[in-house]
Design a protein around this ligand. Structure first.
Ligand SMILES: [Zn+2]
Length: 466
């Protein structure tokens, strides 16, 4: 296998800056509600069906979320370490080597004389190149870093560590992060565990803290937090704004995908969106395809647009934003490319199934079924699907009269050759849903479903639901 070693790169610097910005943005957005006060309905999905009501329209009862930790949040265990290399590793046997852990923030002085290749992170370079990064501040104490790799099965490290390469230290604390690019033999979706072990200089006063490990893959997903801040605001009982909450979901999703070793690109990381010189209303009103096309910028493998749904005004005789829980069902609308792509449909179906379960478990819906779609047999849009009470969630597509994608964001992704989907996680016209969003926790519950579905679609977990 060919290996390429790169030293300090602008890419590493950019990544670091990006991560810092992301961190700042997500810290700020949690409770922003935008400036608008009028009630504005979701405009993407409407219909005129009226069916029987249920008795859950008397207003939400405060409730607590169950303690709920899906499997994928659990950090995977590291594999057993191969016995050949490793006098140095022997000194670190009590290091659990949990794949997926990184130790950002440690410093030489802060680790009581211990040195390790800390600050480990990854980025998907391309479908056959995975980049690994770690801090350079240990370089003065280190001769070289040895890179190891292991298999990952069901998001858990498996088999032995295999030595990939040795990267020499430049002996200087400064510059950008150390980096190594693993060149894969093909482009199939794959997760690996990577370990980096520092070899200290002779006579160093420090001790090795052992191998640092992380999970990384060759998959990159473009996350599109729907709309922009202030868009689709429900004022009154349990104030809510879709354009704000979609960004909160995006932040939670990004964290979870990172734990799967999946890299992410974002159409926006703050309240506003600007692509190709167009921002907010102008972008969404006249150039919305640019959102979907953005997935091509980093060569993403999948485009996912995050939304919450609504219904036609006063559907079923209930006030527009006081709909019963029985209207709440997830819809995953795939683009025309995804209709014929098994991986993308596996993602869509798994997300939908897990959203149905999550919404029901959180007492936000009465719906327990989800209709998955098969390649070449994805059902089309029907207005009844959106507003009906007590119907299952489903994977579907929506085409315009020309047989192209109805939604601009999905059309944009199709045009750049990337399978994509809109995920309508639940109905914000249901007061209980808005209440749950306001309480916190709901974004994480939904992001669990999204991240798991993506991991399932790419074959990183083997069961369709958790
Ligand atoms: Zn929306």
């Amino acid at each position: 296998m060919k290996k390429v070693i790169i030293s300090i790169t602008a890419l590493a610097l950019l990544l670091t800056i990006f991560l810092v910005i992301m961190k700042m943005e997500y810290g700020k957005i949690a409770d922003k509600t935008g400036g608008k006060t009028q009630v504005s309905a979701e405009t993407e999905t409407t219909n005129e069906s009226v069916e029987e009501a249920d008795d859950s329209s008397k207003g939400p009862q405060p409730h607590q979320y169950p303690e709920y930790t899906p499997d994928q949040v659990t950090k995977p265990e590291g594999p057993a370490i191969a016995t050949d290399d490793l006098a140095v590793l022997a000194a670190s046997e009590n290091d659990t080597a949990g794949a997926g852990e990184s130790t950002d923030g440690e410093t030489l002085s802060g680790t009581a004389g211990m040195v390790s290749a800390h600050g480990l992170d990854f980025y998907r370079v391309s479908r056959n190149q995975i980049g690994i990064l770690w801090s350079e501040d240990t370089d003065p104490e280190v001769v070289s870093y040895t890179i190891y790799r292991c298999s990952v099965v069901n998001n858990v490290g498996a088999g032995d560590w295999v030595k990939l390469a040795t990267v020499n230290s430049d002996g200087v604390n400064g510059g950008s992060k150390n980096a190594y690019i693993d060149v894969l033999s093909d482009t199939k979706p794959v997760q690996y565990g990577y370990g980096v072990l520092a070899t200290l200089k002779d006579g160093s006063t420090y001790t090795s803290a052992g191998i640092e490990t992380i999970v990384a893959s060759n998959i990159r997903v473009c996350i599109d937090p729907g709309h922009f801040a202030g868009r689709n605001t429900v004022d009154g009982q349990y104030r809510y704004c879709e354009g704000n909450f979609s960004l909160v979901i995006a932040g939670e999703l990004g964290k979870r995908l990172h734990a799967y070793g999946i890299s992410c690109s974002y159409t926006r990381t703050g309240p506003t969106i600007a692509i190709g010189g167009y921002a907010n209303e102008e972008l969404d009103g006249y150039h919305i395809k640019l959102r979907g096309q953005y997935a091509a910028v980093d060569g993403c493998d999948l485009f996912i647009s995050l939304h919450t749904n609504s219904n036609q005004d006063n559907a079923h005789g209930y006030p527009t934003f006081s709909q019963p829980k029985s209207i709440n069902h997830p819809l995953v609308i795939v683009n025309t490319l995804a209709c014929n792509n098994q991986t993308a449909l596996n993602v869509a179906n798994s997300i939908g199934i897990n959203l149905v379960n999550a919404n029901y478990k959180a007492n936000l819906s009465t719906v327990t079924n989800y209709a998955s779609a098969a390649v070449g047999q994805v059902p089309g849009w029907d207005n009844n699907i959106n507003d009906s009470l007590n119907v299952n969630g489903m994977t579907l597509c929506r085409l315009n009269n020309s047989g192209k994608d109805y939604y601009g964001v999905l059309k944009g992704a199709t045009e750049v050759g990337i399978p994509g989907m809109i995920v309508e996680h639940g109905f914000h016209s249901v007061p209980e849903v808005r209440y749950a969003a306001m309480q916190g926790g709901l974004a994480g519950i939904w992001a669990d479903a999204d991240a798991y579905g993506i991991a399932y679609g790419f074959g990183f977990v083997d069961k369709i639901s958790y």
